[in-house]
Every structure is written in C-alpha cells, then in structure tokens.
Design a protein around this ligand. Structure first.
Ligand SMILES: *Cc1c(COP(=O)(O)O)cnc(C)c1O
Length: 436
C-alpha cells in the first residue's frame, strides 16, 4: 500500500510525514495554509453586519508567518501581552487592527498598550484606576463578567463567580466613579465566557446578556462577545464540527435586532483563537521505545508535555494517527474528510492489528501522558505519530522544561510546497539568558 497524500491538495502537500521529520527534525509542528484560510473565512461569514469584525486571539498561536496569512484574510487581532504586540507588529498588523485585552498588568504595560493598540480593555476597577493614571482623558473599554461561564474544563471557564476575570455588574457604579475621576470615556464592553464550546447556546445567551448590558452604557461603539468557538477534537468518535451556518444565522439576527431596537451604530467584535488555528496543524513525533509494563502497552515518543501541554494541563484529547516506518508501510488510521479539508490521513487504512496503547513523552514526570489507553495500530520503534488539531495552544504553550528544545514549525503552502516558519531551538538559545 502506498501513501496517497503527497500531492498539493493533501494535508502534507508534496511531502510525507517521514520526509518532513527527516528534513526538519522531530518533533515538528506542520501547518496547512488552506485549512487556516478556510477557518478565517468561516468566521468572517458569521455575520453580514457591516460593523462585524473578527479579532484573532494571538495567544492561541503567535507565529508571525501564520499571523500574516490571517491578516490577509481580513481579521484584526487581540493581544494580551507586550510580546504579542511584538509578533503582531512583525506580521504587519497596523495599530488600528490591534485590540489589547489584558488583566492584572502594570501601568507601564497599559501605557504601551495605549500607544500600540486601537483600544484597551481592562477587567477590574483597580485597572481602570491604573489606566486613568497613565492615560487621563483617554478612551477605555471594560471587560464584564456576566456571572455565567462556558467551556470544556473548569480551567478554561472564564466568566462566572469562580473566575478571576471581568467586572461584575455590582461594580459598575464604582467604574463610573473612576471614569469620572480621570475624565475617561467608556467606548466599549467585552466579555469572554470560556473556551471550546460545541453547543452555541451559552455563547448566544451570553451575547444577548451583553447586548442588554450595553443598553446601560449609551455612547459606546465597541461590543465584543469574546472567543471560545470549539473544534471537534474527537472527530474519530463522530464528534461534529460547529454548525457555523446555523450559529451565524442566530448570531446575525441578534445583532440586527439590537441595531434596530437601539439605533446602535458601532462595531461588533468576536475574539476566536482556537477555531482559527487548531485544525490546520498536525504535530509529528517519533516513536523511540515500546514496552509492556504489566498490562499497559507504552509507546514512548519525543512528544513530551514540553512540546504539547494540553493533555497534561487540561486532560485534553487529541486524535492520533500512527504513520508507518516507511512510506510504503501505511499503518495510519483513517479519518474522514472534514468538508473541503485535506484530511491528514485521508484514504488510509491500517494494515496492522489494533491494540490498546498508552502514548507517552520523554519528560521525566509520571504525568507525561499524551494519550492513555488508545485503540491504535500497533506502534513500533521508528514510526511517526501524528497528533491532530494541534495548532492552537500547541506550540504557543511549549516550553524548555527538562532543557529540551522547542520544536520547529513548517507550513504546507497552498501549492503543496513546504517552508520552515520557525526553526527548532538550539542549545545556544537555552544558554543565551544565563550570564557567563
Ligand atoms: C483566550 C482568549 C480568547 C480566545 O479563546 P479561544 O477559546 O481560543 O477562542 C478570546 N478572548 C480572550 C479575552 C481570551 O483570553
């Protein structure tokens, strides 16, 4: 059986996973440009409202080469740190297309954000005070907490009573006082209720709440509903993608009704991160050992939690593909196509027996488990493992723990050719910050 995916329209373009890891090393984040562009377009199509704007949340993946592609598709961007401002600048985002949404930052950072971003959103009365001190008479946006949250794990629910985020309605009077004290103009409200929703209802409910709240602040011109748009990490088990058309119809109707009810003439923003970059990437790694410890079959790889932190941090699930040792040995697991996407393992079927296996990394921690008890084709030393949907909070959360090198990133361009968009760390990088 031969691989069928080395052509321009396939996930890996003209390359195979083996060629890519041979050339660029392992582990390796591989991104597909066509999928990235398709996700940007799906988001831009959510509303026909002339004031609707997608602001990509840079923290999901801040590679300037990917940011440049996102910018070409039209979205603005959200930054939440000086480093994110730097990568956005590198990618060519002008000030007018950058929103700064931060929490618990210094006055120096707020001053920088005022210079480099179109607008700044703060999320506590004390940060409104700090903002007023560095930018008296300026324009400010506040992040509100509707008291309801959503998300796939308690650590990513970012509104509601048990989170650090946002200003609760009880504090609105205090906000007004501080606005007056520093002659600040409130120009907008934003919220972000959590990450990875697959059921649009909580998001739409929160959006309706924000619109009702906005009526209490006449004169604002920015209403930002936040991110959280989910992707189906369990597609192999049949999980469905968000129905963007159905969502868009309801969302668009909500915006239209608000405009006609209130005469609002400002902008509506959303802040998706994961939805933009998750599905355009497959993380490739190598199998270096297999063993049975008692009843458990371990597959030992170079994909430690320094490379992909989500499974350890959130108990997150990623679909896996086992690629064979050689191109002719297609032990990959089939995955149905997703709309027009080139599927990473399209057209494959395993020639090897299925086994329950636990895939682990090379970090010296018991918790370094990429996937526990998975049914996968029997993996062997030298195989390549593909971790699907790794593009959001993947490389962005990678670290040098165990003094390991953060991996390289490559882009499969629309013409099927591959390009390095971030080199692997070097040992010089590791040592550079230490005084001799
Ligand atoms: C992280 C974050 C986002 C993006 O969240 P996703 O779940 O990746 O869409 C949007 N807005 C704010 C304020 C965030 O902190």
């Amino acid at each position: 059986m031969t691989l069928v995916h080395n052509h321009p329209g396939a996930f890996f373009g003209r390359s195979t996973p083996e060629e890519l890891t041979d050339t660029f090393g392992s582990p390796l984040y591989v991104y597909n440009e066509s999928i990235l562009r398709a996700r940007c377009r799906a988001l831009q199509a959510l509303s026909a409202d002339p004031g609707f704007r997608v602001c990509y949340s840079t923290k999901a993946n801040g590679n300037p080469h990917l940011l440049r592609i996102i910018r070409e598709e039209g979205p603005a961007a959200d930054a939440m740190s000086p480093g994110e401002l730097a990568v956005l600048r590198r990618a060519g985002f002008p000030r007018k297309d950058i929103c700064y949404v931060c929490n618990n930052v210094s006055r120096e950072e707020l001053a920088l954000a005022c210079r480099e971003a179109d607008h700044v959103s703060v999320d506590s009365v004390s940060q409104v005070e700090s903002f007023g001190q560095v930018n008296p008479g300026g324009e400010i946006m506040i992040r509100v907490n509707p008291g309801i949250g959503a998300g796939h794990h308690a650590k990513v629910v970012t509104a509601g009573k048990n989170t650090k985020f946002g200003i609760v309605p009880d504090d609105f009077d205090a906000v007004h006082d501080v606005l007056g004290k520093y002659r600040l103009t409130l120009i907008g409200l934003n919220q972000h209720v959590g990450s990875l929703f697959m059921d649009p209802k909580p998001y739409l409910d929160a959006a309706a709440w924000l619109l009702r709240t906005a009526e209490r602040f006449p004169g604002i011109r920015l209403i930002d509903f936040g991110g959280g748009f989910g992707v189906p990490y369990r597609r192999r088990e049949g999980e469905k993608a968000l129905d963007m058309r159905a969502f868009g119809e309801k969302f668009d109707a909500l915006l239209g009704a608000f405009r006609s009810r209130t005469g609002y003439a400002g902008a509506f923003l959303i802040e998706p991160g994961r939805y933009v970059t998750a599905e355009c990437s497959v993380l490739l790694g190598r199998v270096h050992a297999v063993k049975n410890n008692g009843p458990v079959r371990y597959v030992g790889t170079d994909i430690g939690f320094n490379v992909l932190a989500r499974p350890v941090l959130y108990n997150a699930f990623h679909d896996l593909v086992v690629y064979g040792r050689q191109s002719g040995d297609a032990a990959a697991f089939g995955r149905e196509r997703h709309g027009a996407d080139p599927g990473p393992a399209d057209g494959y079927a395993s020639q090897r027996p299925l086994m329950t296996q636990t895939v682990v990394g090379n970090i010296c921690e018991t918790g370094d488990v990429l996937a526990g008890d998975r049914e996968l084709p029997e993996a062997a030393v030298g195989d390549i493992i593909g971790v699907l949907d790794a593009g959001a909070y993947g490389h962005a959360m990678s670290s040098n723990y165990n003094q390991r090198l953060r991996p390289a990133e490559v882009l499969i361009a629309a013409d099927g050719n591959v390009r390095l968009i971030r080199r692997r760390d070097t040992e010089e990088d590791l040592l550079a910050a230490y005084p001799e």
